[in-house]
Design a protein around this ligand. Structure first.
Ligand SMILES: *Cc1c(COP(=O)(O)O)cnc(C)c1O
Length: 377
């Protein structure tokens, strides 16, 4: 089936007990047993809930995996993956990783004896050089946020597979509509479903998709043991959201490329980072491993003051964290999403306070460009 047909139907046949076309919100904590040891597949909603199961099946199909596991947030999904490591083991992480991921790894998980190395994953030689005898996981974010740096996912998998190192990819920025890391050989895909999957800035959530039975059993055990599960209503919103994922992503992609082209023509803009621009150094790799370029555009101006001025003048682009919703947002990564990364660390890889990040929404693109034009010029 095509992506949209799967998005609308997978995991959600009409409800067998009532015929309801839309999967109900099973707002229940517990389930009656017919007799001791005999249940209908559900016993307690931390362990499993029918609305959540429908969402887990739906996202598994969209991400080309066998299993989906839903979490209360993207961070709790990432936390679950980090729990695959034992004390004394090591993970290699993309440099420009989401600020919250960096904070979780470096300020929480290191207290449990895990080791992390951060590298520029755009060059796979760096990956080879960073592998240690205790390396167990390579944690890729591609594209990264906000610098939109790619990792050659299939290339990274080649290096890791022979050494028995797991590869996990945070695919939040592309959504399964534009990129499927499992098809490129990755073991685990992660999303913050708060972003494009949810798409309407009204639900926090996370999800993991994977193929391995063994890893699924471990992660499901962690999901149930830790208990960071989403509510039935939240996953129902996500089921509703993925039905329109394809049309939203097409429009995000179109609007973002128009915005990137507009910005590239402005003298006051020093640099525009968008994967669809020929000027992006990894434009070829983008075309190879993705089917679109997404809705995120980052640009750099001459000074922090100028960046602040533009952000304050924008009217349609709302100054806020987060991304991937139908409405356009503007964010200042160094003081907002990435404030938890020390200044010396982020400046080293180019995350300066002169950068502005746009999450281009699906409004009329002329209005977005006019808004930018009056703020910049
Ligand atoms: C937002 C985000 C996360 C964290 O997800 P939450 O749902 O906010 O917990 C992780 N990775 C990326 C790339 C994100 O954008």
């Amino acid at each position: 089936m095509g992506f949209s047909t799967d998005a609308i139907h997978s995991g959600q046949p009409p409800d067998p007990s009532t015929g309801a076309v839309i999967t109900p919100i099973f707002q229940t904590t517990t389930y009656c047993l017919e007799e001791l040891g005999k249940d209908k597949g559900f016993v307690y909603s931390r362990s499993g809930n029918p609305t959540r199961s429908a969402w887990e099946k739906n996202i598994a199909v969209l991400e080309k995996g066998k299993y989906g596991l839903a979490f209360a947030s993207g961070m709790s999904a990432i936390h679950a993956v980090s729990k695959l490591l034992k004390s004394g083991e090591h993970a290699i992480v993309s440099n420009d990783v989401y600020g919250g991921t960096y904070r979780l790894f470096n300020r929480v998980m290191t207290d449990y004896g895990l080791e992390f190395s951060y590298i520029d994953m755009s060059n796979l030689e760096n990956l080879k050089a960073a592998i240690q005898s205790n390396t167990r996981l390579v944690f890729i974010e591609s594209p990264t946020n906000p610098l939109l740096i790619l990792t050659d996912i299939a290339g990274a998998v080649d290096i890791c597979r022979e050494r028995g190192i797991l590869v996990s990819v945070d695919n939040t920025f592309m959504s399964p509509y534009f990129q499927n890391p499992l098809d490129l050989g990755a073991d685990i895909v992660i999303h913050s479903s708060t972003k494009y999957l949810g798409g309407h800035s009204d639900v926090i959530g996370g999800v993991i998709v994977l193929n391995s039975d063994e890893l699924h059993d471990k992660l499901k055990f962690i999901q149930n043991s830790v208990g960071a599960v989403p509510s039935p209503f939240d996953v129902w919103l996500l089921l509703r959201s993925t039905k329109t994922l394809a049309v939203r992503m097409e429009r995000h992609n179109f609007n973002a490329s128009e915005v990137a082209n507009y910005l590239s023509r402005q003298k006051k803009i020093k640099k525009v980072i968008y994967l669809g621009l020929d000027s992006h150094p990894q434009n070829e790799l983008a075309k190879k491993q993705m089917r679109g370029f997404g809705g995120m555009v980052t640009f750099e101006v001459e000074s922090f003051e100028k960046a602040k001025d533009i952000m304050h003048r924008l009217k349609i682009f709302t100054l806020a964290e987060s991304l991937g919703g139908v409405e356009s947002l503007v964010c200042h990564p160094s003081t907002m999403t990435h404030a938890s990364i020390p200044k010396e660390v982020r400046e080293k890889y180019g995350l300066t306070d002169r950068l502005v990040r746009l999450s281009v929404g699906i409004e009329d693109v002329e209005d977005l460009i006019n808004d930018l034009d009056s703020a910049i010029n």
